[in-house]
Design a protein. Structure first.
Length: 229
């Protein structure tokens, strides 16, 4: 997918993340693979200063992306909620607890950036509809940033497409008519991608209505994740 380079403006300073600190800097060549520290640090600094969508963000820009070049698993989801915006920590909410249960990993493993990278479709909290519910991820983020950031994660062996926004973007032309049908056809997208529903409370009933997800998808998901950790 083509990426258009832009000069990114400054953003207001961010409050520090609360509960789980970022992974510590790696020493020597550990975890960096073919990617140099300078290239990685430069792009990450540029991304975290991005303010392209600022006029549309009710809480202002605070891009939330995680992952070191050593990461083997990539999680591509939708956009941060208010709690993630406040803490700067991806999936630091109840949906994150459910996702970790699906993956079969604890918080320490999930937030180990040398193992798992997290790249949402929208990097900042997009706001809410007047009638309730979060707005979709901003459409600027993925075309502008994803290809550039993914190039700095050369060891990614599996990308989880969590929710319809990630599925629609990465499986365009290959996905089934609905999210459910696409997840049901998960074998067709391996070994590169594995589509999943978003782990919000809204999918609790969905999971009960589709027992094949727990019976077929989750065991294979956990097996593949364990092999990459």
């Amino acid at each position: 997918m083509p990426v258009t380079a832009r000069k990114i403006g400054g953003a207001p300073p961010h409050p520090p993340a609360q509960r789980v600190p970022p992974s510590p800097p790696l020493r020597g060549g550990e975890g960096w693979g073919e990617v140099g520290r300078d290239a990685f640090g430069k792009l990450l600094a540029e991304l975290r200063a991005c303010s392209v969508c600022a006029p549309h963000l009710p809480l202002g820009p605070r891009p939330v992306v995680r992952g070191l070049p050593a990461a083997r698993l990539l999680i591509t989801s939708q956009a941060p909620g208010t709690k993630v915006h406040e803490t700067g920590l991806s999936f630091n909410d109840r949906s994150g607890d459910r996702l970790r249960e699906w993956l079969g990993v604890d918080r320490d493993t999930f937030y180990d950036e040398s193992r798992i990278a997290i790249l949402p479709m929208g990097f900042c909290y997009p706001g809410r509809y007047e009638r309730g519910g979060d707005l979709p991820p901003r459409p600027e983020c993925a075309p502008l940033w994803h290809e550039r950031v993914r190039a700095l994660w050369p060891r990614i062996a599996l990308t989880l497409l969590v929710g319809s926004y990630a599925i629609d973007y990465y499986l365009k032309g290959e996905k089934r008519p609905s999210m459910t049908e696409t997840v049901h056809a998960w074998r067709d997208y391996l070994p590169e991608f594995l589509p999943l529903p978003h782990p919000s409370w809204r999918t609790t009933l969905w999971e009960k209505k589709h027992p094949w997800f727990a019976a077929e998808v989750l065991p294979e998901l956990r097996r593949r994740v364990a092999a990459l950790m």
